[in-house]
Design a protein around this ligand. Structure first.
Ligand SMILES: Nc1ncnc2c1ncn2[C@@H]1O[C@H](COP(=O)(O)OP(=O)(O)OP(=O)(O)O)[C@@H](O)[C@H]1O
Ligand SMILES: [Mg+2]
Length: 191
């Protein structure tokens, strides 16, 4: 299939920046995870957020395990994205607790086992922290290419939650070539 120049540029950037974050050493990853935890906690407290969507890091994404442990210890509600069982390309957010049962989805990413009682509707969320592949100063976000977060974050200004990216500093670039459907984030925290 013929691809337009913008699509080719985004595909090349995805490849480059995924390689970049995967090349970080375990020590660099560990240090970044600790630093991003402190930054995210400060942001969460500043916004008095209680219901917080996070993600489990894969493919060199900045780690969230330390942050999740701290949030549990503080009595915050942590949620994780789950692929919607019927609505293709959409996400649900499920409560994530220390005893939650996880299972791998079709992208081999762990997610809580779907149980309707654990679904937290997006209007109950205060912050959705997103992973990303690359970002720029204006809050533009390049993800893994499924459009999942673009669909989730659509019209977020009219909703209860703030979409905040979490990233390694090496994922920032001068200006990201955005598509019409891309939803810029409110803010990006990096370490
Ligand atoms: N709101 C939307 N409605 C329908 N399709 C959409 C929407 N947003 C994005 N898409 C589709 O999703 C596909 C991938 O989008 P994009 O390249 O922006 O992914 P991404 O933002 O990198 O991925 P992700 O958010 O999953 O990390 C595109 O083909 C686009 O048409
Ligand atoms: Mg997008």
């Amino acid at each position: 299939m013929q691809q337009n120049p913008l699509a080719i540029q985004r595909r090349n950037l995805r490849h480059l920046f995924r390689q970049r974050r995967r090349s970080l050493t375990p020590e660099q990853q560990q240090q970044a995870e600790i630093q991003i935890c402190e930054k995210a906690l400060a942001f969460i407290n500043q916004h008095q957020a209680q219901n917080i969507a996070l993600y489990l890091a894969v493919d060199g994404e900045i780690g969230t395990a330390t942050l999740i442990e701290r949030l549990w210890a503080e009595g915050k509600e942590v949620c994780l994205p789950v692929l919607h069982p019927f609505s293709l390309g959409h996400l649900l957010f499920l409560r994530y607790r220390p005893d939650s049962v996880l299972q791998a989805n079709k992208f081999n990413i762990n997610e809580p086992k779907l149980d309707i009682r654990d679904v937290i509707p997006s209007h109950k969320l205060d912050i959705i922290f997103t992973p990303l592949v690359a970002f720029d100063q204006a809050g533009n976000r390049l993800g893994m290419g499924g459009g999942f977060y673009d669909r989730t974050l659509c019209d977020w200004q009219c909703k209860s939650f703030l979409p905040i990216g979490l990233a390694h500093q090496c994922q920032q670039l001068e200006r990201l070539p955005a598509e019409s459907w891309d939803i810029p984030l409110a803010h990006i925290l990096s370490a």
